[in-house]
Design a protein around this ligand. Structure first.
Ligand SMILES: [Zn+2]
Length: 404
C-alpha cells in the first residue's frame, strides 16, 4: 500500500523543540499483515491505533493502553499502525498490523515518549482518517498520564504545571467537571499497583523460532544492547564495550550483539555475532527468541530492557537515579509495569561511567555475580553521595511500584 502524504505543518513539534532537519517525505509505504479472518468493514466500524512512540513507552501501549482501548471498543475492527519489524508485538491485539517500511525507521529519532515531533508521522496519522476513527500515538500517552472519566470519557490532566493535582484544581472535588460522575480511572503513573493487575503479557516467541535461532548462539549466552542514539546522546565509548566483551568472556559467557541498527552502535569486535546488523534481526520474534536463549541481557541508559522484561528473561540495567526515582523521570514506573522477570538495576550517572569505564565495569561484574546468586536488590553505583541516594530510593520506591 502506498500513501501520498499531505503537506507538512508549519508547527515544528508538539514539544516545542525544533526539528528542522526532518526532510518531508513524499509518500509512506506500509506492509499490511492480516491477523484475523474478519473482512475489513466500513470506516465507521474501524479503529486505527498509531504506535509511533519510543520503545520505552510503546511497551506500555502493548501491555496496557491498547488492551484498555480494545476493551472499550470490543466489536470494532482494529488496525494498528506502527514501526517496521514490530508485527509480532501486536499480532495478538489487532485484525491488521500496518508496518511502515524500513526506510522510515530513522523517524524513531523524532519519537519522544508517546509524543513525536515528526511532520511525516503526523501526516501519516492524519491521512489514516479515511479508514476509520484514528487514535494517534499521543492518545496512548493520555491513557498513561490522564485521569479518565468512565462515564463521559473526558481526559483530565493528572498533575498541573503549578504542581497541583487534578483534585486540587477541581476545588477538592472528586467528580468530573463535565458530567459530575465520580467514576474515574486513575492514570498508570499514579496507580502502578492497580494497573499492573490489568497487564496483558506478550505471547512467548514460538518454540520453532526459539530452536531455530540456537544456531547463532553458544551457551551460556549474554545479550548486549549498546545504545547508539544520534539525537539524545548518552552513548558509552566503543572501548567500554570491547572491555565489557572481554570481561564477559573471562567469566565464561558468550556475548551476542543485539538491538535495532538505527539505535545501537555497531559491534566493536569481529568475533562476536552482530545480530543487530543481520537481516533476520528485523523480525522481532526472532530477536525475542534469541533473548529467550540468553542467561541475561545487559544495557546502559536504554529501554531495551523491555524485551527481556516482557518475556521474563533476567536483565541488568545502568540508569540515572532521576530517571528511576525522580518525580519527572518515569522510567522507574514504566519498568515496574513491564517487567515480568528478575532484574538488576545499578543507578549511575552517565558521565561518571563515561569518565571512569573501569569502575563502571566493576559494577557490571558485581551485578552479574549478585544476579547469579539470586540477589535482585538495586545497586547504588557512581552517583556522588551514596547515602543521600539510598534515601532518595527509599522515599520513592513505593510510589513507583518497585515493591510489586
Ligand atoms: Zn465525565
Amino acid at each position: 500500500m502506498k500513501k501520498k502524504l499531505v503537506k507538512s505543518f508549519r508547527r515544528d513539534s508538539y514539544n516545542g523543540k525544533k526539528k528542522e532537519s526532518e526532510v518531508v517525505l513524499e509518500s509512506a509505504n506500509f506492509k499490511i499483515h492480516k491477523m484475523s479472518n474478519r473482512p475489513r468493514p466500513a470506516p465507521e466500524n474501524t479503529i486505527l491505533i498509531a504506535t509511533f512512540s519510543e520503545f520505552g513507552c510503546e511497551s506500555l501501549g502493548i501491555m496496557y493502553c491498547i488492551p484498555a482501548l480494545i476493551q472499550e471498543y470490543p466489536s470494532k475492527y482494529k488496525i494498528i499502525v506502527g514501526w517496521y519489524g514490530r508485527e509480532f508485538l501486536y499480532r495478538h491485539l489487532c485484525d491488521e498490523y500496518w508496518e511502515i517500511t524500513e526506510d522510515y525507521m530513522h523517524l524513531r529519532e523524532y519519537a519522544n515518549a508517546f509524543h513525536h515531533s515528526s511532520k511525516n508521522l503526523r501526516s501519516i496519522e492524519l491521512s489514516l482518517k479515511e479508514y476509520g476513527t484514528v487514535f494517534p500515538s499521543e492518545y496512548l500517552g493520555k491513557i498513561t498520564i490522564g485521569i479518565k472519566c468512565n462515564n463521559c470519557g473526558l481526559f483530565m490532566n493528572s498533575v498541573y504545571g503549578n504542581g497541583n493535582t487534578w483534585k486540587e484544581e477541581n476545588g477538592g472535588k472528586n467528580t468530573c467537571p463535565s458530567c459530575n460522575s465520580s467514576d474515574m480511572t486513575l492514570p498508570m503513573l499514579q496507580d502502578v499497583k492497580g494497573w499492573k493487575k490489568r497487564s496483558l503479557p506478550l505471547p512467548s516467541p514460538s518454540e520453532e523460532k526459539i530452536n531455530y535461532v540456537k544456531k547463532y548462539l553458544k551457551k551460556p549466552s549474554v545479550g548486549i544492547f549498546a545504545r547508539g542514539r544520534k539525537q539524545y546522546g548518552r552513548n558509552l565509548q566503543p572501548e567500554f564495550y570491547i572491555n565489557l566483551i572481554k570481561m564477559l568472556e573471562d567469566m565464561g559467557y558468550n556475548p551476542i550483539w543485539l538491538g535495532e541498527k538505527v539505535s545501537v552502535q555497531p559491534c566493536p569486535v569481529d568475533h562476536v555475532l552482530d545480530w543487530s546488523r543481520m537481516k533476520e534481526s528485523r523480525d522481532l520474534e526472532s530477536t525475542l527468541a534469541i533473548i529467550k536463549n540468553c542467561d541475561f541481557t545487559i544495557q546502559f541508559w536504554t529501554a531495551s530492557t523491555r524485551l527481556s522484561g516482557m518475556i521474563g528473561v533476567p536483565y541488568i540495567l545502568f540508569e540515572s537515579p532521576d530517571q528511576i526515582w525522580g518525580k519527572k523521570g518515569q522510567e522507574g514506573i514504566r519498568r515496574n509495569l513491564c517487567d515480568l522477570g528478575p532484574r538488576k538495576l545499578a543507578a549511575n550517572h552517565f558521565l561518571d561511567v563515561y569518565r571512569n569505564n573501569e569502575e563502571g565495569l566493576s559494577i557490571v561484574k558485581q551485578c552479574i555475580e549478585e544476579l547469579n546468586a539470586g540477589n535482585y536488590e538495586d545497586i547504588i553505583g557512581l552517583v556522588g553521595n551514596k547515602k543521600a541516594m539510598w534515601q532518595y530510593k527509599k522515599d520513592n520506591d513505593e510510589r513507583i511500584g518497585s515493591d510489586i
